[in-house]
Design a protein around this ligand. Sequence first.
Ligand SMILES: Cc1ncc(COP(=O)(O)O)c(C=O)c1O
Length: 388
Amino acid sequence: MVFKPANRIANLPPYLFAEADRQIAAKRAAGFDVVSLGIGDPDLPTPRWILDELHRSVEVPENHRYPDYYGLAELRRAIASWYMERFGVELHPDNEVVPLIGSKEGVAHIPFAFIDPGDVALVSDPGYPVYAMGTLLAGGEPYLMPLTPTNGFVPDLNAIPADVLRRARLMWICYPNNPTGAVAPEGFFERVVEFAARHNILVCHDNAYSEVSYDGYRPRSFLEVPGAKEIGVEFHSLSKSYNMTGWRIGMMVGNASAVSALGRVKTNIDSGIFQAVQYAGIAALTGDQSFMEERNSIYQRRRDLVISTLREIGMGATPPKASLYVWAPAPNGYTSLQFSLKVLDEIAVWITPGVGFGPSGEGFYRISLTTPADRLEEAMNRLRRLRL
Ligand SMILES: Cc1ncc(COP(=O)(O)O)c(C=O)c1O
């Protein structure tokens, strides 16, 4: 028996990366040693003291029970202290912080708190696909705001039509940006705060990459801007900051009414984060943060290797100041998917076609820096042999 899915999922656009996965699997099955520079998933290990705390907490029987819906008070306090120390942002742990089962969980669920059928979410394009998918699942309409090199990879707020603005409830922005690696230009967050307040839109800033940066650049929190908490929330995650993608722990912080609304959705859907993982998260946030410098210098060396190789073979690319990604234009004459498939076919390296992140990603590809140096070098040596 094949069951007909609900329109809600039947109408989701096809997932472009599924076809790519099939192509990679076929190449591997044919005996090729494929180097994937696709996914942004840190290969470096979670720091030792965080593992130690997990080992300790997993031995405590109370931690095996249902956790508190809103997370341990101690975790919410650790998140608030981390925001104060890192960004100088003051958060009330009781009503301005909600822990998440990875930030993806909250990103996907917040539309259920604010989007009714007919409502619009303004979504950066290219962008993390969950912004648009969560909106569609909630019955809303994503309105794509193009990010292009000419606009510095920030949306042109003045280009959003008035009838869209009237229906807009949420706006998704992300800096340091996935996939473009762009950082927020001076004054941009301030403009967003003013715009969102004028149009009564909840800003969702995704700050998943704030701790991965290069050349001394320190990303800001959106909430540092005066008035941001009146109109916005920020998503953060321990995934990229502490090499903890598999642990599933993140948070949404900021506007108290939004925190409360997402909490109401979540209490009806999930039962919180495994408490031993919450204790490990507290250890991460409150422990010695100095490992990040060494970790980022490893990524920075990889970034430099990728950029110098691309330049050597005549393919331009700008070094990102933050994030795990190099975003670069595909050679003339190729769509982003054609170029990715050519690279896979000829040299058995996988790079992500930009169009997978939205229509404005067409003409670009993304290289992730989360591949160990020897494999990345192998991929770069192969790139030098690519016939264009
Ligand atoms: C921009 C962005 N936001 C959110 C996430 C989700 O991360 P997690 O669910 O692991 O916290 C990712 C993961 O790749 C991402 O790239």
